[in-house]
Design a protein around this ligand. Sequence first.
Ligand code: NAP
Length: 423
Amino acid sequence: MTAASAVTVKKQHLIDPEICIRCNTCEESCPIDAITHDVNNYVVDDSICNDCMACVPPCPTGAIDNWIQVLSTNTYSVEEQFTWNELPEPQEVPEGVAQDMSEPVEVVPAEALSADEAALTNVANTPFTAAGASIPPWSAAHPYVNWYTHKNPVSATVVGNYRVTDSDTESDIHHIVLDFGDNPMPVLEGQSIAIFPPGNDANGRAHHARQYSIASPRDGERPGYNNLSITVKRVRAGHDSNPVDGVCSNYLCDLQKNDVVKVIGPFGSSFLMPNQPDANIVMICTGTGAAPMRAMTERCRRLTKENKFNGTLMLFFGARTERELPYFGPLMNLPKDFIDVNLALSRSADKPKKYVQDLIRERAHDVMNLLKDSKTCVYVCGLKGMEEGVLSALKDIVTESGRNWEDMHAELKAKGRLHFETY
Ligand code: NAP
């Protein structure tokens, strides 16, 4: 065989740097560490990627979903991809080299298939370790995504910015309301937007956009207005507790009324609420992970007022103290027969330390009754660390009720009834 005849055409898995919002979801969901990043881009290592597709459904923007035609002798290295500002054009194929136009096939989580289907599609051996569903509940409204991208961001005007934690506490959390004027911004509860902080990073490149969950319902922070809200915590320390000022969080928390911000989005097509009037929603959150829960709760509150919602809402909300729990006052004012609120306080002077998973265990009977109901969807948002704790609590209460956790977990994921958004 000559060298020329050994050249083949393939589709290389690449991430579109113009759409990617650098949220790290793909890197976290890749089971074989084929995805990596530098300060500039998230990239796929062609020598490792096996096209298993585990990273594709969780990506909120679809930036991950690109397969570009390349010659097998001329694939793009990780180092090359780090320098890109946009995806390359498909490579030209010299005469005599056969075109292989086959696309990778999207892998359905094995648990969504019967044993026969799984055997047929050969996905039983595919690692798919996501804790939650990659599809929305069946009744969710259809979301718009990527309405505004890096190439065509939209401007929004700050119409409100106030603190929602007590002023003398360490947790400086702000509720920020953005008005989009005449520009459409169609969003659903559970979706997010991303905002560009002004200025450049240490390498002289414009800062990447930072992603925030929307904290208001689809019809606006103020019903009928073209506005939405986000919940932002001022970051003063990194994960290792070293002092570091968050570039975007400080910019946002300092915004004044009438300031203008640059926005892209909306993003997210699975962390969406059911649209049935009799759906039940179990919400589990910590800190600013409350944002999508506020959006869903407010949506249901507005629907209830019009007699269009009569499902059950149960909330598990973790914070250090009551005074550091965002939206504490408004949350406590909600009627008890509208929402079942369970506060897990970890640093309260007069209460034992509790995490949300402790309260889920304490309310095992009621949580289990809801889980058994096919109309119940569960949403978890907040600190990455809570994911394991919440899953373990759910596993324990399901097992103690005499059911098989693996089966129920698989069903919750396959039906779009269990969702995680943790950072
Ligand atoms: P935080 O104040 O640091 O923590 C909130 C509560 O969670 C505290 O009581 C904390 O207890 C507790 N906690 C710590 N580890 C836990 C674990 N393993 N399991 C259960 N509870 C645990 O929270 P935060 O700073 O607001 O962070 C919220 C997270 O949500 C961030 O990671 C953020 O990125 C993410 N998020 C934000 C948005 C948004 O739109 N703003 C959206 C999605 C997700 P301790 O006393 O032990 O600290």
